[in-house]
Design a protein around this ligand. Sequence first.
Ligand code: MSP
Length: 515
Amino acid sequence: MSKFYLTTSIYYVNAKPHVGHCYESTVADALARYHRLKGDEVYFLTGTDEHGQKVAKAAAEAGVSTQEFVDSVVKPSIDLWKTISISYDDFIRTTQERHIKVVQAVFTKLHEKGELFEAEYKGWYCASCEAFWPESQLEDGNCPDCKRPVEQITETNWFFRMSKYRDWLAGYIKEHKDFIRPESRKNEILSFLEQPLQDLCISRPKNRLEWGVEIPFAKDHVSYVWFDALINYISALGYAGDDAKFKKYWPADVQIVGKDIIRFHTVFWPIILHTLGIEPPKTVFAHGHWLDAKGRKMSKSVGNVVDPVEMISKYGPDPLRYFLLSEIPYGNDGLFSEAALVSRLNTDLANDIGNLLNRTLTMIEKYYGGKVPAPANTQDPGDAELKQMAAGLAAKMGAAMADLDFPRALAAIWELINKANKYIEVQAPWSLDKQGKKDRLSDVMYNLAEVLRITAIAVSPFIPASAQKMWEQSGMTEPLSKMRVTDIEKWGLVAPGTQVKKGAALFPRIDTKAK
Ligand code: MSP
């Protein structure tokens, strides 16, 4: 059994999660569930990034204390993750004591190792946006964002000696082919590393920002939010304390992040770890962005977000998951369209998998009083083809999942579903019944019951709630969570006599003409 440590980025809490955040959690969840299916010992971490200016500002605007504000916004996101079946093993909040003490321990270690230094920081500051801007980005001496005048301020801060690790990092990336994926992101970072690397300012004076982790040896400063945030991946494992979990699970196997934050994760993060004497994660795998119809990234600041809660209330959680996973190859950007979601729901879900379940169970009820018949072992090329396709499914899924290619993994499952629907048409159980071909009929119905069992297991990482319903309606009594990839590979595990329990349609069709 191998361990599999998987993380998402930790989400800011200045706003509710939108469909883009849902995507990140859903891909990570599908991967976590797939690895559990493989029998791996999975540790799946997600959480919230609760410090920094953005959050302090949002709390001030809401007129409540910052702690009250973060507590109130974390709840709806936890509820959302529950609704879409995000099966995390741990949820870290950067305001938790367990995290703060690790961040402080890291500060102390780096300080003792001589990796930090104090220096004057001079820059153009916009008081309204609470942000520093490089001179080159100013617009007529004004803030490029809010267009108000900026002021030059000088303050003392703490810096991390990152610049001297540039060559080490470039070498590391080249030697570790899987460290940055996909390839395009690796090339982006390698070309970024052709320029000199700046030392990183990792503190903020409290007189400007109080909401952060206090630096143990500089109590008038708090940590820069990104420095604090990155450490969540090891603080959750108890690094620098009771670290049995850390020893077991680190290095992370896959860290899922959006392409906008790849530099933090593949430049700052490995260098921080390296200076601590810790191995970098095995893979940082960046995904693309969901865009609006105008091609702009979905984000709160643009004001073009799609609310996942609304999509779920209209179509259910699994159709949203299925759409997000199947619509775009991991790594690419995608256009979010409700019409495209409905179309996938009506075709792939209602027509293909929903109908397969419904027709098969209806026929088992009609011809066998709801009990799966024993196979009679007649010979038919159609049976052999179906079995062969099922036997190859696990390998195809495995290859696709190693590349986080969710559309390809789903396509392999849908190939079997579509084959089974075709098999029903070709074998025509209704005529076998009419013609009294009892042996053929029992083989056909047994084979279809097998496809239902295999399909329910195979789709369980992607649409877990529907997989569970499918499993129960097919009469399976062992817990679905106990099934493994090997149960997809084997044929003949449905016990003859299994009592099916047809229930409500898995995916009711959405009427697109009404309105
Ligand atoms: N808090 C930081 C991450 C710290 S990790 C140590 C952050 N938070 S975020 O809430 O702004 O973004 C969280 C994740 O959501 C990022 O990986 C980001 O790429 C992803 N997404 C935000 N908008 C998105 C889309 N429109 N589409 C897909 N993913 C999107 O950055």
